[in-house]
Design a protein around this ligand. Structure first.
Ligand code: MSP
Length: 540
């Protein structure tokens, strides 16, 4: 994309019935890395996250805890969900709560418009509902268990808990009108739903024929009221999906609404990062709602895989959730971010293990990147009194490093454009590997022994320092803390300014670190983890 274009990226808004686990943090981190990359490329970037606070699930949890749903939500947002952003170092631009007035007003305006335009009718819903998913279910989505607590009952395939049978008067959205338009969208915009596996599943689902969607509930009142009928509240998913537009000004007169040059026009449409379990809401219901309202559909919907425990989706309800702090307190937030985005191909499921995290931390972050950085800085300190030397004549080995840096930067940017975050990191890591090999081969400690090889030593250490400059810029979206420390240690701020101000799409251009920059010693970019893996996993 061209620098300056709008890049609006969203995470799902999280249910506040419980505290976050690492699956939730994974979605946050992925969206944050994309946002940081685009921000540093000079794109007009906006990262939105937030909380989903209406619906029966929250109402029941609050009631069970003897507080109102709003009190419950307020408490969880302040003590758990906003702190999660600190824990994994998320630089979000906004945080929306579905109980915000800006959201509730936008939702009411949206549904009123659909009602006025004839997309809504009154009917009766009779069927299954999973409160865990907050979703109407068809019989073929349920499993009949033979053993255990719920033997003989129909349970939700995701939550393994019995579903409820609803029979109520509801308002329905004529979603079935949009089946063909949706199929045309998937056809004409093949990257609208990603990855391919999720796209295929969505197309299959829509081809079977869409039913109209029940979009209100009348047996409880925790939600946004249907504007023309106060005995109904709006179905929690219909309400929640609208956060992506209400957060950027839809329905808000202060922003002049969607038809002006206001905030909505500037930001929308968005790239939605969601778990694959909720891709259907985002790739079917959501674009159909927008089509009905005459608004542009999202730019892309990416359904990432699940973090698995024992082969199953990690979940609090199954008591398999691991709190993000358990990892960050030992390894730090940078390692958390790196590990999940590097070890799991974005779009596929991944099994978390303390052993794998610990092994990658040691081999890739501490030994691979951290050691490289501290060795180069230490050699500049020792052989050149801490002043980065100017390069003399470049030989083939040096030019090979320059090519590696240029190719890695271009490949990484193209991968980010395709949302292939793991490929982007792998491309950048070729610089780490090549530089380590270069230093081993060039043996600067041998060059330092003779006056005659002083020029060669200058070129080698300039090449290594400039390679670190490129690494700091290219890794800053993933490792914001470590790269800032490295940037300072390279003395780069004096000549180049702040790390986050470095244009990432130009990171591959050679020769940016000024010779004469003053380095400062660098220790413990990724400190040794003293605990044994056994002791760490014992903490879980
Ligand atoms: N509130 C809805 C989303 C509304 S968006 C308009 C919701 N909330 S959630 O809290 O249950 O889940 C939020 C996200 O966390 C989803 O994308 C879900 O896929 C993700 N994850 C929950 N468990 C996960 C794993 N074990 N692994 C990876 N992601 C997981 O759904």
């Amino acid at each position: 994309m061209a620098s300056g274009d709008s890049f609006y990226v969203t995470t799902p808004i999280f249910y506040v019935n419980d505290v976050p686990h690492i699956g939730h943090a994974y979605t946050e981190v992925a969206a944050d890395v994309l946002a940081r990359w685009h921000r540093q490329a000079g794109d007009d970037t906006w990262l939105l996250t937030g909380t989903d606070e209406h619906g029966q699930k929250i109402l029941r949890t609050a009631t069970a805890n003897n507080v109102t749903p709003k009190q419950w939500a307020d408490q969880l947002v302040e003590t758990a969900w906003k702190p999660l952003l600190e824990t994994v170092d998320i630089a979000n631009d906004d945080f929306i709560r579905t109980t915000d007035a800006r959201h509730e007003e936008g939702v009411a305006a949206f549904i009123q418009q659909l009602q006025d335009d004839g997309h809504i009718y009154e009917g009766e819903y009779e069927g299954y509902y999973c409160v865990g998913c907050e979703e109407y279910k068809s019989r073929d989505e349920l499993i009949e268990t033979e053993t255990g607590d719920y033997a003989g009952e129909l349970v939700c395939a995701i939550h393994s808990r019995p579903v409820e049978i609803l029979k109520e008067k509801n308002y329905f959205f004529r979603m079935s009108d949009f089946g063909q338009q949706l199929l045309d969208l998937y056809e004409s915009q093949p990257d609208f739903v990603q990855p391919e596996s999720v796209r295929n599943e969505i197309i299959q689902f829509v081809k079977q024929g869409l039913e109209d969607l029940s979009i209100s509930r009348s047996t409880f009142d925790w939600g946004v009221q249907v504007p023309w009928d106060p005995t109904h509240v709006i179905y929690v998913w219909f309400d929640a999906l609208l956060n992506y537009v209400t957060a950027v000004g839809y329905g808000d007169p202060a922003h002049d609404g969607p038809t002006s040059d206001g905030e909505f026009r500037r930001r929308w449409p968005a790239t939605h990062i969601v778990g694959k379990d909720i891709a259907r809401f985002h790739a079917v219901i959501w674009p159909a709602m927008l089509m009905a309202a005459g608004l542009p559909v999202p730019h892309r919907v990416f359904g990432h895989g699940w973090l698995l425990v024992g082969g199953e989706k990690m979940s609090k309800s199954k008591l398999t959730g691991i709190a993000p702090q358990q990892i960050t307190e030992v390894f730090g937030s940078d390692a958390f971010r790196y590990y999940f985005l590097r070890a799991i191909a974005f779009g596929q499921d991944g099994s978390f293990s303390w052993e794998d995290l610990s092994a990658r931390y040691q081999a890739e972050l501490a030994n691979g990147f951290g050691n490289l950085a501290s060795r180069v800085v230490a050699m500049v300190t020792r052989y050149f009194d801490g002043v980065v030397p100017a390069a003399c004549e470049y030989l083939d080995a040096d030019l090979a490093i320059q090519r590696t840096v240029a190719v890695a930067a271009a490949t990484a940017d193209a991968a980010i454009d395709r949302l292939a975050i793991h490929e982007s990191i792998a491309a950048v890591w070729t610089i780490v590997d090549e530089l380590n090999g270069y230093i081993t081969e060039q043996e600067p400690w041998v060059l330092a022994k003779e006056r005659a090889t002083r020029d060669r030593l200058s070129t080698v250490l300039y090449t290594a320092s400039e390679g670190l400059r490129a690494l700091a810029v290219l890794l800053s979206p993933v490792l914001p803390k470590a790269t800032t420390t490295l940037w300072d240690a390279l003395g780069a701020p004096a000549g180049l300014g702040a790390l986050t101000a470095q244009p990432i799409r130009a990171a591959g251009d050679w020769g940016q670190l000024p010779a004469g920059s003053t380095v400062t010693p660098l220790t413990g970019l990724f400190p040794r983890i003293e605990e044994t893996v056994g002791a760490v996993s014992g903490a879980a």
